[in-house]
Design a protein around this ligand. Structure first.
Ligand SMILES: [Zn+2]
Length: 130
């Protein structure tokens, strides 16, 4: 099993108390909430970990993750991650989440545009949002 510093994301040993690279107190980080850890995981170097964190944050309907998800959406050029983010935003389902989904209608990737349209159309049908 690999361990990563939750702050700088360099690989560390599982029994490290402080990160040997950035000096962060790992045990302090352990006290953070599950939600905060997931938000930190959005910067993880392994794509699968990021993808999983996005999915769980959606299931948790994490309002706190909206801004980090928005930044990640703007920064990534991976359409599959963008779609995962759109799915999470659809779960969170606040007006701010909708704004981000709306902005995806202008995406250069057709699969991303299609997903955004699909979510918005479904919301209109299910009422609630618009
Ligand atoms: Zn570190």
């Amino acid at each position: 099993m690999n361990f990563f510093c939750p702050i700088c994301w360099k690989e560390i040993r599982g029994d490290d108390i402080r990160c040997p690279y950035c000096g962060s107190d790992i045990t302090e980080h352990e006290k953070k909430s599950f939600e905060e850890k997931l938000i930190n995981a959005l910067r993880h170097p392994e794509r699968e970990t990021v993808q999983r964190a996005v999915w769980v944050l959606g299931k948790l309907k994490s309002i706190k993750s909206l801004e980090p998800l928005k930044i990640l959406f703007e920064q990534t050029d991976n359409p599959f991650l963008e779609i995962e983010i759109l799915n999470a935003l659809a779960e969170i389902a606040t007006h701010d989440a909708l704004d981000i989904i709306m902005s995806a209608l202008d995406s250069e990737e057709s699969i991303v545009r299609r997903k955004a349209r699909e979510i918005i159309e479904k919301r209109i049908v299910d009422k609630g949002w618009i």
